[in-house]
Ligand binder design. Structure first.
Ligand code: FE2
Length: 381
């Protein structure tokens, strides 16, 4: 039997929700009131500021009706009804996971065993079928990357792929960039050299959170693409040596790119980025653009380099690599805050032409949640 009791102070109430006893503060309930004076019925945006809620707000009455909790607040004498399902979905009076280095719900860490089952979607299906698109977007969110096959083989076709989930982020490299061998490259990415697995543009703040690489020609030998789960690499480092994980998370790295006229990009961010509750939210790893480290104290610098070296060894471990080759009309999308990408070296015989661009995960997640329904607040476990 559902019940509600109000604390004598009026500061909070306690309500049974699905067999769990949950407390809610008066100020929290008042701020989250769903009535049309507090929330705009059309767009759901809050119409009041915190200054409009009296500082001494308390609960003076709380009653349960069918599936709803009715609360009256003092001193406003305002009565509001809350859906019990909504309260259950938004309860905060429970165990909070603050495990350092944990990953968000809906994240699946992976290693090279995923090579047998690379997450992939067919371009035509993604364009025509919202369910297929949602499944593919879930893969990008869950694994941090996914392939696309069967796309058009025409210049700038990558924009049609981005149109499915978001918006291009233009940078100094342009709205898109061509990855072909160049005689005098402005960036090592434009040569036939193999590249160590990296995240792109760590010298930006914020980094582009999505990178798209789209293949238009592929007759040169080699040049296979490879991805590594940066979150899995960080988790492995933590399991091996927690203090090495900590030094890369606790001290700020520096990244820089000034390889072309008029550009001097700099950032100060850690290689392993944690949220305030310990959640692993980003990995920045790029040997080409790590600048001189000056924010690591003298007595931590050797430990920092030992940790950086070990993280690099883990990233280079073939057991962590998922490898695939892109044929014309195929592409892959990576969450650039998590998944590192690399390219094996390729020969100058034949051609290999990829086009790349940046976009962002916020729009990709938005598209996913919009398809799945606004009530889906978290990616399903
Ligand atoms: Fe790259």
């Amino acid at each position: 039997m559902t019940s509600v009791t109000c604390d004598p102070t009026g500061d909070y109430l306690t309500v049974d929700l699905g067999g769990k006893s949950r407390r809610f503060h008066a100020i929290w309930l008042r701020d989250n009131a769903p009535d049309p004076e507090t929330r705009a019925p059309g767009n759901g945006q809050r119409l009041i500021a915190l200054r409009d809620i009296p500082k001494d707000t308390t609960i003076c009455a709380a009653t349960l009706f069918d599936g709803e909790l009715e609360v009256t607040f003092d001193p406003e004498k305002k009565t509001v009804r809350y859906d019990l399902g909504w309260l259950a979905d938004h309860a905060y009076d429970g165990a909070h996971d603050r495990q350092r280095g944990r990953t968000a719900p809906g994240t699946t860490l992976w290693d090279n065993t995923l090579s047998q089952n690379v997450p992939t979607g067919d371009f035509t299906a993604l364009s025509r079928d919202q369910t297929a698109l949602a499944t593919w977007l879930d893969h990008v969110i869950r694994y941090g990357f996914a392939k696309v096959t069967g796309g058009p083989v025409e210049p700038e076709a990558l924009f049609k792929l981005v149109d499915l989930f978001g918006y291009v982020r233009e940078t100094n490299y342009g709205r898109h960039f061509d990855v072909q061998a160049e005689v005098n490259p402005t960036n090592l990415a434009y040569t036939g050299l193999g590249l160590q697995a990296h995240t792109d543009n760590p010298y930006r703040d914020p980094v582009p959170t999505v990178q798209v690489l789209y293949c238009l020609e592929s007759t040169a030998a080699g040049g296979d693409n490879m991805v590594v789960d940066g979150f899995a690499a960080a988790a492995r480092l933590r399991a091996e040596n927690e203090s090495w994980f900590d030094v890369l998370a606790d001290y700020t790295g520096r990244f820089e790119y000034a390889g072309e006229d008029g550009v001097c990009l700099r950032s100060r961010r850690p290689m392993i980025e944690l949220g305030p509750d310990g959640e692993l939210i980003g990995v920045r790893f790029n040997n080409r653009s790590l600048a001189a480290l000056t924010d690591v104290p003298f007595d931590k610098m050797q430990t920092y380099y030992a940790a950086y070296r070990r993280l690099a060894e883990i990233i280079d471990d073939p057991a962590m690599e998922v490898m695939f080759r892109l044929e014309p009309g195929e592409a892959f999308v990576v969450d650039n805050t998590r998944v590192l990408h690399a390219r094996k070296g390729y020969s100058g015989v034949g051609s290999r032409w990829l086009q790349g661009c940046y976009a962002d995960m916020d729009s990709l997640r938005s598209t996913y949640h919009a398809i799945r329904g606004a009530r889906t607040l978290e990616v399903a476990e």
